[in-house]
Design a protein around this ligand. Sequence first.
Ligand code: GLN
Length: 544
Amino acid sequence: MKKSHKYIFVVGGVMSGVGKGVTTSSIGMLLQSCGYKVNIVKVDPYLNVDAGTMNPTEHGEVFVLDSGLETDQDMGNYERFLNRDISSNCYMTSGMVYKSVIEKERSLGYGGKCVEAIPDIRDEIIKRFNFAGDKAHSDISIIEIGGTVGDYQNIMFIEAARVMKIRNPKDVIFIMVSYLPVPGKLGEMKSKPTQNAMRMLNSYGVQADVLIARSEVGMDDKRREKIAISCSIPKDYVISAPDVDVIYEVAENFEKGNLSKIILNLISLPKKPLDLTPWKNFISKVKNVKKEVKIAVVGKYFDTGDFTLSDAYLSVIEAVKFSAYHSGAKAKLTWLNSKEFEKDSSKLNSLKNFDGIIVPGGFGETGIEGKLSAIKFARENKIPYFGLCYGMQLMVIEYARNVLGWKDANTSEITKKSDHLVIDIMPDQEKKLLEKDFGGSMRLGAYPAVLKKGTVAFASYDIDKISERHRHRYEVNQEFIKDLENAGLVFSGTSPDGKLMEIAELPKSKHPFFLGTQFHPEFRARPLSPHPLFSAFIKAALKK
Ligand code: GLN
């Protein structure tokens, strides 16, 4: 008999932003640490076919998988918590689902039938859930349904899950991640929003089996009792999940409430010994840091209304922290809006207070001159500098302008009117832009690169062939490579055919660390295996 596959659906109650992604990832970490093969699927209910066309201030970071699929930042969390790559079958949006159903209809794939949301959209979703599990050869699929219970957008996904539960009651469970506010003036933890969220879920015909109760502080017994009774969940299955300092500790916290045992029991899988040793070792490193390393991130996707959010650079932040922890330091990150340097150049001097400067990826014209002055400042004042994608392209422009003296050096992303477009559109990209083919059309995903011996890049990786994830349309213009090299810039990593410049750097004799990558190393940084380039950057920053 074919072993049945298990499905754990994670839905959110009350409001967004309470850590459903981290909860889902932590459940994955727990079950994987019990020796089960786990895959995690993210459902994004929006109509965009992927996350690539969304502004990061709207939606947070666009996380790129090996395959090149542009996804939600939660996918990055899954990879970091499971400590492995995740395939594109594990990501879906409403747009993706509807697109495939409509395309099938257009090619007469439904044989003249009337095509409807129920059953056709629902069944397409179920097909995708099953496919993701099959392809991953996993025992358990954990499926995070984006949004909150009560949204119109995610109803079809919850409906698909409900039908799967009806068909295979022993193999499917629901976990609701809810929020228990403690309003400042009251000083009491309130459970009513959670009760209402559960009632809303019930109105869809779904009952949660487990409730993860997120809150600032731990939950007391009185509240647990109340929630258990009102939400029809056994008291022991209401798990308290207070805020923690280190998100990688959440799994261990869940275990205080026996979560792995509860889940395995519910999906009828035998309990196996749980081994969280690698994570415990990592957390002990985090808790025993002796120094601090101050890193400035000069970007522009921070402001949303009156608030500052760093979500757009989530993987960069995590990558810096991991490398710092593994060097015995805590990274203190500061967000600097590059537009500020344009308004007042004297603010550049504040960069002296940092041990290292990062210019992350980005698009378009705003804030560019500010970033260029920050890079110049880092180069001239020998402050370790790490440029990611746009941060590498701008580093090349800065070098061309201020070392080669080509004052008009630029990227064709910003202007076509320059004799020194040191960054230019990739040949196959030009047509796509003309045809307004913007979705999923950049150079995306994992590509190999070869490293030059004797360089900072080579010394960091300690291998000569690497593979890294990309997301760009522009590249270093081959026409100017010789001039840039003659002026001292080293292209230490290139595509295997030597045509694409993947890493630019200054030799150690000239600068403690001045390096930029055309790819996004942050997507490959993991808590248990920090990224070699981030680690080299942090080491240089610590020396400063
Ligand atoms: N805008 C640049 C390009 O498209 C850099 C992209 C990025 O930083 N991800 O090439």
